[in-house]
Write a protein that binds this ligand. Sequence first.
Ligand SMILES: Cc1cc2nc3c(=O)[nH]c(=O)nc-3n(C[C@H](O)[C@H](O)[C@H](O)COP(=O)(O)OP(=O)(O)OC[C@H]3O[C@@H](n4cnc5c(N)ncnc54)[C@H](O)[C@@H]3O)c2cc1C
Length: 426
Amino acid sequence: MANIAIVGAGQAGLFLGFGLLEDGHEVTLFSDQTSEGILNGRLPSGMGLFEDAVKKEAALGLPNWEDGMTRGEGAILELINPDGGVGLHIAPPVPRPHRGVDQRLKNSRWMRELERRGAAVRVVPLATPEDLDKHTAGHDLVVVATGKGSLSSLFARDPQRSPFDRPQRHIIGLLLKNFRPDLRSGTIRILPRMGEVIITPFYSREQLKGRFLLIEGIPGGPLDQFPRELSGHELLKACQQTIRALIPWQLEDLKEAELNSEQCWLRGSLTPTVRQPVGRLASGKVVLGLGDAVMLHDPLAAQGGNNATHMADFYRGRIREHAGRPFTAEWMQRTFEDFWRDHGQYAMGVTAGLLMPPAPHQQAVLVSAHHVPAMATALIDGLYDPRALFPWFVDPAVTPGFLESRGVPPALMDQLAPLLKRSARA
Ligand SMILES: Cc1cc2nc3c(=O)[nH]c(=O)nc-3n(C[C@H](O)[C@H](O)[C@H](O)COP(=O)(O)OP(=O)(O)OC[C@H]3O[C@@H](n4cnc5c(N)ncnc54)[C@H](O)[C@@H]3O)c2cc1C
């Protein structure tokens, strides 16, 4: 069995730690914060996990707040017209579960649980590659799962796989109470050329069944006009005013909403980035990147945390198969490449695809999903498992055959033909 260091107590690092302990490895977790520090910190994200990742957590017997929380049921996509009305409403008839738990609550509890199950937990901010080198000497394998923090610069950006070189959205996230606790589905409302307004059920640090409101504004557009200096409460007011102007009926749900606490909001931007998985330290030691540290997503398609969970699970399997042999740079590269081929490329593809205006054949898919329940299911399934969208959503040559196979009636196919042909010609 191996002696493995994991740096970073986030979704990726902690999830991997539990799996490695179960396989009998010695695990040391390095965190830059105590579990109390994590619990009492600012809201880091609004991560919701889909069914497959939730099942993987359950298989490890991890605390999950299932009893206390409203389980998320289903995802709905709506295209908003310029007058604020709903142009397309895409809702699969059978909603699939998802779960959003405040990462401060989850990670702080998981960190204590990891220690209880036998990991050594060391609270040391490994701020530089030199610190990393010094503290992890003697480990057979070092996995860096420090998210988008500065250590990710250990891993060179891969320009071929990185879909953008700048942020595509300016993001505001607000964790709210008094906001339709009966709502169980997550809703993505697309406002063409402006951005998106997303609402998901969320179990908060304060143990409230809250809602996470995510505003994804295209830079410079109407969803990106909030002054920098606003407090969280002021930002909520400003968002309410903007939503009143753009989607007036949505304000009904929002007008009583309040921030859970002053720490329950965030704003910023992320450039979706894929990095090389192997980092080299001054001593010559190689380290393996995991999660956001090597695959950073914009949150629009809700792929980052799901992808991090699947990547950690994949690494766990490869470590299990490889134990007893040295964890070389070649092994690390191969492990990441295989994950990229099986899952990662699709997760990044869905993130990139949602951030860009839909191509004509994708507009045809959206229209068909509004009318045909089986197409709504096929489309939304692609968020739950991004592999399900390929190739039919990206390759206009196969889109018509897929639509027909899902029962899109001939009359609708005729209406969609100009859009389908336009993409095929391009
Ligand atoms: C607003 C928003 C909404 C989102 N919504 C979703 C969603 O719905 N679904 C989804 O799947 N994903 C979502 N994401 C993305 C998701 O939160 C991330 O992909 C996920 O948290 C990545 O996990 P990670 O463990 O790689 O990194 P992180 O969660 O960032 O964890 C990294 C950890 O490492 C620690 N650390 C950093 N530097 C050091 C250091 N030098 N030494 C020691 N420790 C260090 C950090 O403190 C942190 O605890 C969202 C993100 C945002 C911002």
